[in-house]
Design a protein around this ligand. Structure first.
Ligand SMILES: CC(C)(COP(=O)(O)OP(=O)(O)OC[C@H]1O[C@@H](n2cnc3c(N)ncnc32)[C@H](O)[C@@H]1OP(=O)(O)O)[C@@H](O)C(=O)NCCC(=O)NCCS
Length: 306
């Protein structure tokens, strides 16, 4: 399927997944390898995933494009990602991949998302040209994890106990699920990206070790952090405290424990992403020593208008 005179666009060859991921991470150095690999290595996380690649005359992969829907996205929303190698930009490759992939957006979808790193003005201009508008500004930050023995563990607030539950098997899963739902006052949930315990289970890549720390106040679940450790990196998927239990320092101790658990599993760094205006968790992260690494404009377009 030739899409422009100089590149050939076709479905990703299953043998060339690693090369496709390398094309992505070379072009987007802010993107951790673990995250770049998710659409390829965590099939349960993406009920919809179509990947096409663009090849130059030497059959090198010069661009990767995806239509994907993450399991916790709103039902009528999927995303388009196009990543073109630096030396192939500006020649119509991105456009060719987009044309080829738009045919794979199911007719039931009403919204198409995308994302652009906030230091990439041209990509932002191209995304706008394609009809995407900025919806949110996500901030990615990282904390270096020292060895287990020297990681801080603040005293627990009164009445609080912490439990490590990596298998997500809770005696009272309904109560934990309700707490998880109540805790989602974050901007992502407001636009329909809602986390569930079942969803957590599908978020792990092959060989990724789950990390789940839950705080109880008495016998009531109050806060949770869930993530995974792979290749020395703790990727935090979600952290939240039920509004009824906020203001007691619960998230700080939950995350500190998650760091300890992750360090035991070999993590040397913890990565997290928060919406720019989510002041509560950004304050907790800053106090814990997280340092801003990059920012991403999360973008969206209404397919009913196009
Ligand atoms: C954004 C990106 C995919 C564009 O790839 P590319 O191969 O350079 O893009 P093209 O040369 O095919 O141009 C794409 C379109 O943008 C238009 N365009 C080019 N430069 C532009 C600019 N400065 N401002 C606005 N539009 C521009 C082109 O005319 C073309 O329009 P068309 O699709 O209507 O024909 C590429 O720069 C990239 O990989 N960026 C990093 C990843 C990313 O941010 N992706 C964007 C979200 S999917």
């Amino acid at each position: 399927m030739t899409a422009s005179p100089s590149v050939d666009v076709r479905p990703l060859d299953a043998q060339r997944v690693e090369e496709a991921i390398e094309t992505i991470t070379e072009r987007l150095p802010h993107l951790p390898r673990v995250e770049a690999g998710l659409p390829f290595e965590s099939p349960d996380l993406f009920p919809l995933r179509v990947c096409h690649t663009a090849h130059d005359e030497h059959d090198r992969i010069v661009a990767v494009g995806l239509v994907q829907r993450v399991v916790f996205a709103p039902p009528q929303r999927c995303a388009l990602r196009i990543i073109v190698a630096r030396d192939a930009e500006g020649a119509g490759v991105g456009s060719a991949l987009r044309t080829s992939l738009l045919r794979h957006v199911p007719a039931t979808m009403t919204k198409l998302g995308s994302g652009v790193f906030d230091d990439d003005r041209r990509s932002l201009a191209v995304a706008r040209h394609w009809g995407f508008e900025i919806e949110k500004h996500a901030i990615e930050s990282s904390l270096a994890l020292a060895d287990v023995a020297s990681l801080p563990q603040s005293p627990l607030p009164p009445g609080v106990t912490l439990h490590e539950v990596p298998d997500l098997q809770f005696a009272d899963a309904d109560a934990v699920g309700r707490m998880l739902l109540a805790s989602q006052t974050n901007p992502e949930a407001a636009i329909g990206f809602v986390m569930t315990l079942e969803g957590f289970g599908s978020m792990l890549g092959p060989g990724e070790q789950p990390v789940c720390v839950v705080a109880w106040v008495g016998d009531t679940p109050a806060g949770i952090t869930f993530g995974g450790v792979q290749a020395g990196v703790l990727s935090i998927a979600y952290s939240g405290v039920d509004p009824a239990f906020r203001g007691r320092g619960i998230m700080r101790v939950v995350k500190e424990r998650a760091h300890v658990v992750a360090a035991r599993l070999g993590a040397t760094v913890s990565n997290t992403t928060n919406e720019e205006h989510n002041a509560g968790i950004r304050r907790v992260n800053a106090d814990l020593g997280y340092v801003v690494r990059s920012g991403t404009y999360r973008m969206v377009q209404d397919l009913r208008l196009s």
